[in-house]
Design a protein around this ligand. Structure first.
Ligand code: UD1
Ligand code: CA
Length: 453
């Protein structure tokens, strides 16, 4: 099939009450229009045309670098007028699939089923039966049950308003038909617009058959007009995604409190507790347990590792059998080897933590390389920044850092070195040395306690 797509997205979306063009509002962190483009691209179209108008520059910039032909509709004169903007660059022998930039959850299989209904002298229309059809164009059928025309809500008479079968807007039509019908559209209707839906009556007159398809699920054809509808579709998307993950073996404790805003790949036996947000691309090995209220962005976590509650991780890699949290923050460039432990109120950045090393409490470790079995005491700070440049700290295998230590980088401690608690370390330490850098303790006899005056 010589398939060409036309995606409509020129509308302002005034009911969103937002300056952002409607099709750029995000669902699961991805613009609505991108959802449509991504699904549609699975159909392997020859070209994808997107009709933009309101905020055109912004929309085109957001989807820059993708294989899209942009058509700018400077005045929104109706859906028929919108499709007409893209038609000149589509060959006569094409099949044109018309989609909407604000209908994000349509599935490939429903679109394929619709396309399968298009024959040489027919077009295919996706309709749906709704208990409350208000707001939609109604499908008018004749006594033999054949589709005759579509009547928009605002043009419908009371009898037509009773019809429950409505137009989803999605249709597949031969380009040569569109080229003959679109120029003949009139705007003498209630909204003064060039309605795409009027081509149905023209098709009837020309003896073109109208095939009808229905989506697999109602939500596939629901559009976004308000932030309330956006939230509604977000939850449907999240529930669907969570169910897919659960059926592949990921235990999600509550689908209503799970949010995937990217891609999650997980091994066997993984568990995700409530209120976790997973962003970008996250890869989990086997038996990874993620505690409540964790946020993970672009991370890789190897098998048998546990994240305790309330951790925030970004661009970090964690090995096997590690334990992180509660309340840990791993910033970009953190790499934790196997069997490491990062405890509460610990922040790491651009840091490698060698196998079996521990940073258990209240520390900042940045621009640092830790060997194996290093122990970092509570309250250790790497002073990696002099206000202008960043410097490295290196602690080799088996280094022991006493609590409340400042490591003024650049600085290095050799294998097996020990640092006394409360030290401010400014000089390198050789292997196995003890470094103590703090005021000496004085115990004064006969000290008189101050008295109340
Ligand atoms: C349209 C259909 C209606 C259908 C409904 C399904 C028409 C005349 N009516 O109505 O039968 O039940 O969708 O949701 O087609 N757009 C443009 N340029 C324009 C006008 C619209 O790009 O000049 C885009 C909008 O951005 C939107 C889509 O087309 O993405 C639909 O337009 P909208 O005005 O919302 O049509 P409806 O009145 O909902
Ligand atoms: Ca609409």
């Amino acid at each position: 099939m010589n398939l060409h797509l036309v995606i409509l997205g020129a509308g302002k979306g005034s009911r969103m009450k937002s300056a952002l063009p409607k099709v750029l509002h995000t669902l699961a962190h991805k613009p609505l229009l991108q959802h449509v483009v991504d699904t549609a691209s699975q159909l392997k179209p020859v070209t994808t045309h997107v009709v933009v108008g309101h905020g055109a520059e912004q929309v085109m910039a957001q989807l820059e670098g993708q294989d899209i032909s942009w058509a700018v509709q400077s005045e929104q004169l109706g859906t028929g007028h919108a499709v007409a903007q893209a038609i000149p660059s589509i060959p006569d022998d094409a099949t044109v699939l018309i989609l909407y930039g604000d209908v994000p959850l349509t599935e490939r299989t429903s679109l394929e089923a619709l396309l399968a209904k298009v024959e040489a002298n027919s077009l295919a229309l996706m309709t749906i039966n709704l208990p409350d059809p208000s707001g939609y164009g109604r499908i008018v059928r004749n006594a033999r049950g054949e589709v005759q025309r579509i009547v928009e809500e605002k043009d419908a008479d009371p009898v037509q308003k009773q019809i429950n079968e409505v137009n989803t807007g999605i249709m597949a039509v031969h380009a040569h038909h569109l080229k003959s019908w679109l120029p003949r559209l009139q705007s003498n209707n209630a909204q003064g617009e060039y309605y795409l839906t009027d081509i149905i009556a023209m098709a009837m007159d020309d003896g073109v058959t109208i095939a009808v398809g229905q989506p697999n699920h109602d939500w596939e054809v629901e559009g976004v007009n308000t932030l309330v509808q956006l939230e509604h579709l977000e939850r449907i998307y999240q529930r669907n995604t969570a169910h897919k993950l659960m059926l592949s073996g990921v235990k999600i404790l509550d689908v209503a409190r799970f949010d995937l805003r990217g891609e999650l790949q997980a091994g066997a036996g993984c568990e995700i507790d409530i209120n976790c947000i997973i962003e970008g691309r996250v890869v989990l090995g086997d038996n990874v347990k993620i505690g409540a209220n964790c946020v993970l962005k672009d991370c890789t976590i190897d098998s048998d590792t546990q994240l305790l509650p309330h951790c925030v991780l970004e661009q970090s890699e964690i090995g096997k059998q590690a334990i992180v949290g509660p309340y840990a923050r791993l910033r970009p460039g953190t790499r934790l080897a196997d069997k490491t432990k990062i405890g509460n109120f610990v922040e790491t950045k651009k840091t490698y933590v060698g196998e079996g090393s521990k940073i258990n409490h209240l520390s900042y470790v940045g621009d640092t390389t830790l060997g194996a079995r290093v122990n970092i005491g509570a309250g250790t700070i790497t002073c990696n920044y002099d206000g202008v440049n960043k410097y490295q700290t290196v602690l080799e295998d088996d280094v022991f850092v006493g609590s409340n230590t400042s490591l003024v980088a650049p600085v290095r401690a050799g294998e097996g070195a020990t640092i006394g608690a409360g030290s401010v370390i400014t000089k390198d330490i050789d292997a196995n040395q003890l470094a103590v850098a703090r005021g000496k303790q004085r115990n004064i006899d006969g000290w008189e306690k101050p008295k109340k005056v």
